[in-house]
Design a protein around this ligand. Structure first.
Ligand code: NAI
Ligand code: 3PY
Length: 386
């Protein structure tokens, strides 16, 4: 028998029972649910990561939908419990949903929501911050100052890498990868090489146009190249940022063989998912190549780091905060609540998950649609007419 978990209840007399496994930023998401006849129960347990048993206790015997987190293991056990409780929808408060077994959700007829778009720029900005922090050794230099070690300017002190004119490599040039590429190209006039399963036409057009602008102003134009293989990116780029989804094709995409072909002074950034890098191999590579630097937002065994990583001066590490801006986190809460509400109300699915702005206008009633349901086709949900 699962232990009961503590909850906070909003709108106790609401007709539909919605559970959120965590408190989320902002209040709009709460208002949207409670104004639409939902009784909202927010889990207030102090532990960070809820177990499957904790979530089973939250679902109970009647639950219409759940908003959950990327730290939770959503598979057959939870989806069949949700189905038995009368539920039809689960939304991750995240764009990535590698914590969700979508096949199991399909078998149980549960719609799976996620939160694309609202976090694109925020996440790209953090990847850009990690690129700069690693290239210019910001964290090492900060620690040096605080330790009282600075006794005057020196020609060799914390010499790092200049970005201007170098090549930025992007693996996974989707929403976030493309936004990151634009920041690095426009901000630092870097050339682009990218690898993705699909052509990033808008990104290519942007680089072409920006290159023409620079040339017209007497500056060296920036260039782009779509690589035929991931290895081409790893060999050529000076700064490489990883932005693919995590699935079977991207698990340990960065492995010892691929680390070995990268430049000795390259910067590698990961703000996608930890298991995209073989982290134990990365630690060995960092030890053997002190001029190789990494900026990591995500880790293979989150919340833990592989042994040795914390000791590496050539690694900048932050705790999975890439989407952590106030506007974005409030927007993620809103989108996940609207996914759940929309399914409960029988609304269709928004036709373009890359354009979720209409759901995010603070003072406007959101469109009657679920912003983003990843298995809409598989479980036969209709699409909204835009
Ligand atoms: N660190 C953080 O806080 C955050 C992490 N993320 C992660 O970033 C990922 C990407 O998010 P979006 O850009 O919104 O998704 P997206 O779907 O727009 O982009 C993912 C790209 O990866 C590409 N891809 C898939 N398999 C590939 C492969 N084998 N090789 C190369 N490219 C491949 C896809 O074609 C697509 O263009 C999410 O799935 C999530 O895991 C997202 C937001 C915040
Ligand atoms: O959205 C995601 O996938 C995250 O990792 C957190 O924003």
């Amino acid at each position: 028998m699962a232990k009961p978990v503590s909850i906070q209840v909003w709108n106790p007399s609401g007709k539909y029972r919605v559970v959120s496994t965590k408190s989320m930023p902002g209040t709009r998401w709460i208002r949207l649910l409670t104004d639409n006849d939902c009784r909202l129960e927010i889990c207030t347990e102090h532990k960070t990561i809820l177990s499957v048993d904790d979530i089973l206790a939250l679902i109970g015997d009647r639950c219409d939908g759940v908003i959950g987190q990327l730290t939770e293991d959503w598979g057959d056990v939870l989806f069949s419990a949700l189905k038995r409780a009368g539920g039809t929808v689960f939304s991750n408060m995240a764009v990535g949903y590698n914590n969700v077994d979508v096949e199991a959700a399909n078998r149980n007829g549960i719609a799976i929501g996620n939160t694309p778009g609202v976090l694109t720029e925020t996440t790209a900005e953090l990847a850009a911050s990690l690129s700069l922090a690693a290239a210019r050794r910001i964290v090492e230099a900060d620690q040096f100052m605080r330790a009282g070690l600075y006794d005057g300017w020196l020609p060799h002190l914390f010499v790092g890498n200049l970005l201007k004119g170098q090549t930025v490599g992007v693996i996974g040039a989707g929403r976030i990868g493309s936004a990151y590429a634009r920041m690095m190209i426009e901000g630092f006039k870097m050339n682009l090489i990218y690898y993705d399963l699909y052509q990033a036409t808008r990104l290519e057009n942007f680089v072409t146009a920006y290159g023409q602008f620079l040339k017209a102003n007497g500056e060296e134009p920036v260039t782009w190249k779509r690589a035929a293989t991931m290895e081409d990116v790893l060999r050529e780029a000076d700064v490489i940022s990883l932005h693919p989804v995590l699935d079977k094709t991207t698990y340990h995409l960065i492995n010892p063989e691929r680390l070995a072909i990268m430049k000795k002074e390259a910067v590698l950034v990961n703000a996608s998912r930890g298991p995209v890098i073989d982290e134990a191999a990365l630690v060995e590579h960092l030890k053997a190549n002190p001029m190789f630097r990494v900026g990591l937002d995500v880790f293979e065994d989150e919340p833990y780091m592989k042994p040795g990583l914390a000791d590496m001066k050539n690694a900048v590490v932050v705790p999975h905060i890439a989407s952590a801006s106030k506007w974005t986190r409030e927007g993620m809460a809103t989108l996940s609540a609207l996914n759940v509400l929309g399914k409960i109300k029988g609304y269709p699915v928004w036709g373009n998950p890359n354009q979720v702005e209409p759901f995010l206008q603070e003072n406007l009633t959101p469109p009657p649609a679920c912003p983003s349901i990843v298995n809409a086709k598989q479980i036969g949900l209709p699409s909204a007419k835009l």
